[in-house]
Design a binder for this molecule. Structure first.
Ligand code: ARG
Length: 581
């Protein structure tokens, strides 16, 4: 069985609708879910209930019509109607075993999608004026795991690091850079190695000297009108700032490269067009000298209309203006079917407003799916936004270094005799993956408490637990010498073999869910359950001492597919696996 059973079921139901066997709205969404309780079979669909209106039949009657028209399929052993009109499907064990057999020999583990899309993913996107801090962690790693998952599913993915590299604060930074360079050419480079301090000092100068502040304002204007000298300074600054970002990306194992940077400045030339086009369509209003758009559906608490500010009275453009230009670019140049934005939930209103405006202004086609996939705040153990002891922002790179130091102590305590170099190598993977996994395994939209102790625990849904589980599975293969599994077949007889097989068979649909909603925690939960299913199987079903050669081979194949799935699943979360730890 080449396709996986879940997609086959969805396709079969889809065909019934396409052929008009079952009357339906054109846009009917077919959903086949796993059942919670095995007595209801393996899968269930509420399709009949969804379609009653269009079909003007009651759901149970409609469910019967669907079942009567299902083509005979050997992978379904039984179908029944349940409750108000659910259809339950029982899957044949041999068909599942066949699906797994195909997966274990396939480099994509049997994962495939009938239809792929072009998906533009905006993530990480820090402001370059400052150094990356913990607030950038979530966007960076959640976005990266979704990008990897989408690519694995075969989608055409375009990464966009929409960095904040434009705007008034750059005048201040350039003015300060110039001041330092005039004093001593080398100095600026040196001081930029600590961007935070550089920003702070520039701000001090800006606040203390009117002359400096005025000069800074002049530089912004010059920069924005294309002045050669200012642009050179600006490029220098951004280059250094971006190399800081990429050091963090490297440490984190994030797949963004320099060519994915397409920041706010990239839209500078289009901003006058944005204003002109909104104006032509009669969408612009003047408000206190600024150009704004009012949309009826956006009101503040007092019921007054909320504007999107497009251009300030002094001629300056805003965050929203470049986002409008960016949407056009993503739709028309990059040809996106979906545009995803991994940005803090606190920017929710901004995205609702600009998404709706982009559609109203026909900057993007109606079918483009614009999705703000927001996330909550990472808090300290006191439940408040994560800060240093003295209340400052925590630099992301310092946080990662601390994780590695702590992981080092942990690995050392488990392996007193291990050599220093091996401990360090393992600690790096454990430290980084613990930070990532702790974040990815939480529901994206909730706030969470950052705790080194929790994330480095071997118990529960953590990176160390999963990494260790993986080493245990691959460890089995160190104990069998030169075994040839090329003629081996998977058969599912024991109840625990079936349970493990069922979990393994869910990889494809799990990834589809993860990518549809941008939810890596669904993948984490799946891998955690898979590791659990494997432990129960391994306890109940001897592998190396199985009763027959055939049984041993079948169980080894199940172990192999488990190892492959854990490794691939973790890789999609951006987490490296270890052979020992
Ligand atoms: N630079 C922004 C920030 O740090 C995030 C940008 C997100 N992307 C976007 N297209 N607006 O808050």
């Amino acid at each position: 069985m080449k396709s996986n059973i879940h997609s086959l079921l969805e396709q079969t139901l889809n065909t019934l609708i396409q052929q008009g066997v079952v009357p339906a709205e054109v846009q009917a969404r077919i959903q086949v879910d796993r059942t919670k309780d095995k007595s209801h079979g393996d899968f269930a669909t509420n399709l009949a209930m969804m379609l009653t209106k269009a079909a003007s039949k009651n759901p149970r009657e409609l469910a019967k019509l669907i079942i009567d028209n299902l083509p005979a399929a050997d992978y379904v052993s039984k179908v029944e109607i349940a409750g108000p009109g659910f259809i339950n499907f029982f899957i044949d064990d041999n068909a599942l075993a066949n699906q797994l057999q195909h997966a274990v020999n396939d480099s994509k583990l049997g994962v495939n999608l009938p239809k792929t899309q072009t998906v533009v993913v905006d993530y990480s996107s820090p402001n370059l004026a400052k150094e990356m801090h913990v607030g950038h962690l979530r966007s960076t790693i959640i976005g990266d795991s979704i990008v990897r998952t989408l690519e694995f599913l075969g989608h055409n993915v375009i990464r966009q690091n929409h960095v904040g590299d434009w705007g008034t604060q750059f005048g201040m930074l350039l003015a300060y850079m110039e001041e330092l360079q005039a004093k001593n050419g080398q100095q600026a480079e040196l001081e930029l190695s600590d961007l935070e301090a550089f920003y702070r000092q520039a701000k001090v100068r800006f606040d203390e000297s009117d002359e400096f502040a005025n000069y800074a304002r002049q530089l912004v204007v010059k920069l924005q009108s294309g002045d050669e000298y200012c642009n050179k300074l600006w490029r220098q600054f951004n280059d250094i700032s971006l190399s800081h970002c990429h050091q963090v990306y490297d440490k984190l194992g994030v797949s963004l490269s320099r060519s994915d940077v397409h920041g706010e400045s990239a839209y500078n030339d289009d901003l006058t067009n944005v204003v002109a086009d909104l104006d032509t369509q009669g969408l612009l209003t003047e408000s206190n000298g600024a150009k704004v758009v009012f949309q009826n559906e956006f009101k503040n608490k007092e019921g007054e209309p909320l504007p999107v500010i497009i251009q300030k009275a002094d001629g300056g453009y805003l965050y929203a203006t470049s986002d409008l230009a960016a949407m056009r670019y993503r739709a028309n140049v990059l040809k996106a079917d979906r545009a995803l934005y991994f940005v803090d939930l606190r920017q929710g209103l901004h995205f609702q407003q600009v998404f709706s405006l982009a559609k109203k202004a026909k900057f993007v086609p109606e079918h483009l799916s614009l999705e703000h996939l927001g996330f909550g705040t990472m808090n300290g153990e006191d439940g408040r936004p994560f800060k240093t002891r003295s209340g400052g922002v925590v630099k992301l790179s310092d946080l990662l270094d601390e994780a590695i130091v702590r992981a080092n102590a942990l690995v050392r305590s488990k392996n007193p005799d291990m050599d220093e170099e091996t401990v360090a190598k393992i600690a790096k993977v454990v430290g980084i993956s613990s930070v990532k996994y702790a974040d990815l395994s939480k529901n994206r939209t909730s706030d969470y408490i950052f705790s080194f102790d929790q994330m480095l625990s071997f118990e529960g849904n953590t990176a160390p637990y999963l990494l260790y589980a993986y080493t245990r599975v691959v460890g089995i293969f160190n104990r069998v010498e030169n075994i040839d599994l090329s003629d081996a077949t998977i058969s599912l007889n024991h109840e625990k073999e079936k349970a493990l097989g069922t979990k393994l068979g869910q990889f494809n649909e799990t990834l589809v869910r993860v990518s549809a909603k941008g939810q890596p925690h669904v993948l984490c939960g799946y891998l955690f359950e898979l590791a659990g299913a494997f432990s129960s199987f391994y306890e109940a079903c001897p592998v190396l001492t199985a009763e027959t050669e055939a049984q041993k081979h079948s169980r080894l194949l199940l172990a192999k597919l488990t190892a492959q799935t854990l490794k691939q699943g973790l890789a999609l979360l951006g987490i490296e696996t270890l052979e020992q730890m």
